[in-house]
Design a protein around this ligand. Structure first.
Ligand SMILES: N[C@@H](CCC(=O)N[C@@H](CS)C(=O)NCC(=O)O)C(=O)O
Length: 206
């Protein structure tokens, strides 16, 4: 039997979260290796590219969360078979990845500098991002990003948008999604109530 070990930070979100949800949904056993931020700092050099998530498959390490989403999605029927739908799915995975990079540029700022950087982020990139995701939902028929059903793209977007809705980023208004992307807001509620997602968070005791 193939063994899986997924190393990531110890919180219910971020780049590894869609992979965790899919493993759980598919009933695939995996070691959910959650590390603290200090632990990461101390052991960073052990990770290829000095970053997580890292997925070890039968002991061989692989990086890049979107590749992991596609890999595990293909194995579990949560990635489209049709090439065009797969492209739509990849577009959503890719733009969320872009969003993490944009946000991380502001993460270590403080005070007025942080406020200014986040204000610019909200007015420029985040606005375009949320509107773009909304448009992509329209293209897909309004409910999902591709294949007219839940795929790994929906899980990746869900995890990221949920953190925006929770107001986890200072100076990013929690109602931004509601104001700019009403379909995306509905999408978040749809995915949040999907049996796959409900079962996962029940298993986490959330
Ligand atoms: N493209 C990579 C990015 C990985 C990445 O930047 N991970 C962050 C955590 S979510 C990290 O480990 N950052 C540590 C650092 O860059 O110092 C992926 O999608 O897996």
């Amino acid at each position: 039997m193939t063994t899986y070990k997924l190393t990531y930070f110890d919180f219910d979100g971020g780049r590894a979260e869609p992979v965790r949800i899919v493993f759980h949904a598919a009933g695939i056993e995996f070691e959910d290796n959650r590390i603290s931020f200090p632990e990461f700092s101390e052991t960073r050099s052990n990770f290829r590219f000095g970053a997580v998530p890292v997925l070890e498959i039968d002991g061989a390490a692989v990086t890049q969360s979107n590749g992991m989403c596609r890999y595990i999605g293909k194995q579990t029927g949560l990635y489209p078979e049709d090439d065009l739908q797969a492209l739509y799915c990849d577009e959503a995975l890719g733009v969320v990845e872009d969003s993490y990079h944009k946000i991380v540029n502001t993460i270590f700022l403080e005070g007025d500098e942080l406020k200014e950087a986040r204000g610019k982020l909200v007015d420029n990139w985040l606005t375009a991002y949320l509107k773009g995701l909304d448009e992509m939902l329209t293209r897909g028929g309004g409910e999902y990003f591709s294949d007219n059903r839940l795929t790994v793209a929906d899980l990746k977007v869900f995890v990221q948008v949920r953190s925006l809705l929770n107001g986890t980023l200072d100076h990013v208004p929690a109602d931004l999604v509601e104001r700019l992307a009403p379909q995306l807001l509905a999408h978040n509620a749809r995915v949040d109530s999907d049996p796959i997602v409900v079962a996962y968070y029940n298993s986490r005791g959330n």
